[in-house]
Structures are given as structure tokens and as C-alpha cells.
Design a protein around this ligand. Structure first.
Ligand SMILES: NC(=O)C1=CN([C@@H]2O[C@H](COP(=O)(O)OP(=O)(O)OC[C@H]3O[C@@H](n4cnc5c(N)ncnc54)[C@H](OP(=O)(O)O)[C@@H]3O)[C@@H](O)[C@H]2O)C=CC1
Ligand SMILES: CC[C@](O)(C(C)=O)C(=O)O
Ligand SMILES: [Mg+2]
Ligand SMILES: [Mg+2]
Length: 343
């Protein structure tokens, strides 16, 4: 089994004498900055004036421009949206990096696909939490953590690995597990996971189930509870006990249906499509498409995002969640702003 490191396996002294600039204060940025600060590290946040800047100030974090944060820091963690990183890197980070600094990422996209080419005289490492930033923060506050991968692209100082491990421990990953990877493995598996399973696969499965039931004449509220709301409860059981743990709690009737009907829905054909998705990631076809979509100001992204927000499952879901005060909206996402504006 791959060696998984935990809190007590990691020495953090190497990072204690250093200043960390967290560039960006969004989903990952706020979690890294606050968790590292509460773990005792010296953190400055780099931003432009705006919503995130105001939030960071409100949270009591020191905030300066991206250029100033980079100039002050020894370790610069880039937590801007992937598509914006190359421009901000060229304009504000690269000119302020000092030889011997470390440049860090939470996803390998820009290094792996050569959108950012760092100088030879800095360390380059990756600490990629395997979970959404808001949960990296929430679990940390609860005394738990989200696992993370670490990887080294360039080890100029000879201490890049120790820095990456200390950083991963600082964000709380040592409580859940820290695993070694490469930039290539992290980039390709992360893109595959979010496209085929966690985000793309799941939203398509949920919508297809909801549409099948409502098109057959069943009530949208029943279809919503069945195909979306209950999903969290089922996934919580998988998180705690794997597939077996979930199957322990469901009825034998459900388990038999799982065995005979699951493979009718997700089958060899689905797996063949998954392999196509993986090939597009590995060959750079997906990355090229995403870069071009951004260069064209996201025509397809915006159109699909708008259409998705008007799907009947979203309408009925908003109404039902209003009636469940215990389902608190703890994350104000960009997508909610878009969908609320369209209502
Ligand atoms: N979201 C997640 O949970 C995960 C993300 N990652 C990776 O983490 C990185 C960050 O992603 P994510 O946290 O989702 O990003 P978000 O979109 O949530 O946050 C981006 C942050 O960057 C700031 N920003 C945007 N443009 C600029 C600019 N020109 N100058 C200064 N600041 C700017 C935004 O501030 P403003 O308010 O001013 O716009 C915001 O604080 C990516 O590499 C992503 O792949 C990895 C694992 C999981
Ligand atoms: C699953 C999506 C993710 O990879 C993540 C939260 O880990 C992302 O890029 O946001
Ligand atoms: Mg991910
Ligand atoms: Mg990702």
C-alpha cells in the first residue's frame, strides 16, 4: 500500500521560519490562509481590491496586493482560478519571486500544461486537498481534515519535500492523510474525477433520474427527494463505511436493485465514455478547449450555466430547501448568485 503520512509523521519546523503568501481568498484560499494561520504559521494574503479582499480583512487576515505579498513571502501558494493564473503570474508574481523562494499550487493544471513556466531557481510544489475549500475549512474547525496529495516539480533548495509536507500538515491534511503524487498524476486524476464522477457524472446521473421520474408523471417534489436530497444521506454512509457500509443500512430490496439495475445504467458503454474523457485529459484536448473557451470570454460556459440554473430540479429544490431550515446554505457560491439573479 502507498505510504500515507499523518500529523505526527511530519516535521513543520522548516516552514515555521518562513512567510507564506496565499494568493487568492476564494474556496481554497480562505481555507489555506485561515488553517495555516491557526496552525501557527506566518500568513499574508495577496489579492486585488474587491469582495475577497473585504472578506479577508473581516476575517482578520493581513491582506496586500499580489505583488507585495509575493515580495514579502518565502512560499507563494497560487490559489487563483486556474484560467487566470498565467496572467497574474506573469504580471505580479514572477517579477517579485526571489531565488530560493517556493512557488506552490493546489492543482497542477498550469504547470503540467505549460501555461506557467517557473524559473529554475525556485522550488515548485503542489499541495492538493481532495475536497472543496469550504470543507477544508469546515472540517479543520471541527477538528478533522480533508486528505491532500503533495508533489514536487522542482527541488532547488533541497527542502521542497519538507516544505510541501509541512504546508499540507498546516492546512489540516495530516488528520486525514497525506499522499505523494506527481504534477501529472494529480492533474489528470483530478480533472477525470471532477468530470466523470464527482461533478459531471453525478449531476448528469441526478438530472437523468429526476427527468425519468417527472416525465413518467411522478411529482417533482418526490423526484427531488429521491434523486438529489437523499443522495447526501447515502453518500455520508459511503464516506463512513464504503459501499459495504452504505449497503448495511439500506433494505435488502434496495441492495438487490443496486446489484441488478445499477450495471444496467452505468455499464461498459459508460466506462468506454469515461475512457474517452480520460484520453482527452491525457492528450491535452480538454485543457486546450478550456483555455480557448476562456480566451473567447466563455460563450459556452455562460450559456450552459444559465440553462442549468433554470432546470426544473433547481426550481423545486430551491422551494423545498426553504422549508427545511436545518438544510442551511453554508456556502454562498458564485453559481447561487447567478441562479438567484435569474429568478
Ligand atoms: N475549489 C476547490 O475546492 C478546489 C480548487 N483547487 C484549485 O485551487 C485553485 C483556486 O481555486 P478556487 O479556490 O476554486 O478559486 P475561487 O474562484 O474560489 O477563488 C479565486 C480567488 O482569486 C481571486 N482573484 C481572481 N482574480 C484575481 C486577480 N486578478 N488578482 C487577485 N486575485 C484574484 C478572487 O478574488 P475576487 O473576489 O477579487 O474575485 C478569489 O479570492 C485552483 O488552482 C483550483 O484548481 C484545488 C482543489 C479544490
Ligand atoms: C471536485 C472538484 C475539485 O477538483 C475539488 C473540489 O476537488 C475542484 O477543482 O474544485
Ligand atoms: Mg479536486
Ligand atoms: Mg479540480
Amino acid at each position: 500500500m502507498t505510504k500515507v503520512l499523518y500529523h505526527n509523521d511530519v516535521q513543520e519546523e522548516v516552514l515555521q521560519s518562513k512567510k507564506i503568501a496565499v494568493i487568492g481568498y476564494g474556496s481554497q484560499g480562505h481555507a489555506h490562509a485561515l488553517n495555516l494561520k491557526e496552525s501557527g504559521f506566518d500568513v499574508v494574503v495577496g489579492l486585488r481590491p474587491g469582495k475577497s479582499w473585504d472578506k479577508a480583512v473581516e476575517d482578520g487576515v493581513q491582506v496586500v496586493s499580489v505583488a507585495d505579498a509575493t515580495a514579502q513571502a518565502d512560499v507563494v501558494m497560487v490559489l487563483l482560478p486556474d484560467e487566470l493564473q498565467p496572467k497574474v503570474y506573469e504580471e505580479s508574481i514572477k517579477p517579485n519571486l526571489q531565488p530560493g523562494n517556493a512557488l506552490a499550487f493546489a492543482h497542477g493544471f498550469n504547470i503540467h500544461f505549460n501555461q506557467i513556466v517557473p524559473p529554475d531557481n525556485v522550488d515548485v510544489f503542489l499541495v492538493a486537498p481532495k475536497g472543496p475549500g469550504h470543507l477544508v475549512r469546515r472540517t479543520f474547525e471541527e477538528g478533522a481534515g480533508v486528505p491532500a496529495l503533495y508533489g514536487i516539480y522542482q527541488d532547488c533548495s533541497g527542502e521542497a519535500k519538507q516544505l510541501a509536507l509541512a504546508y499540507a500538515k498546516g492546512v489540516g491534511a495530516g488528520r486525514a492523510g497525506i499522499l505523494e503524487t506527481s504534477f501529472q498524476e494529480e492533474t489528470e486524476t483530478d480533472l477525470f474525477g471532477e468530470q466523470a464522477v464527482l461533478c459531471g457524472g453525478l449531476t448528469s446521473l441526478v438530472k437523468a433520474g429526476f427527468e425519468t421520474l417527472t416525465e413518467a408523471g411522478y411529482q417533482p417534489e418526490v423526484a427531488y427527494f429521491e434523486c438529489l436530497h437523499e443522495l447526501k444521506l447515502i453518500v455520508d454512509l459511503m464516506y463512513e463505511g464504503g459501499l459495504e457500509g452504505m449497503r448495511y443500512s439500506i433494505s435488502d430490496t434496495a441492495q438487490w436493485g443496486d446489484f441488478v439495475s445499477g450495471p444496467r445504467v452505468v455499464n461498459e458503454e459508460t466506462k468506454a465514455r469515461m475512457k474517452e474523457v480520460l484520453t482527452d485529459i491525457q492528450t491535452g484536448v480538454f485543457a486546450k478547449g478550456w483555455i480557448l473557451e476562456n480566451q473567447a470570454n466563455r460563450p459556452q460556459f455562460n450559456a450552459v450555466n444559465q440553462k442549468e440554473s433554470t432546470h426544473p430540479i433547481e426550481k423545486v429544490g430551491r422551494e423545498l430547501r426553504e422549508l427545511m431550515p436545518f438544510v442551511k446554505k453554508q456556502v454562498n457560491s458564485k453559481k447561487e448568485v447567478v441562479s438567484n439573479a435569474s429568478n
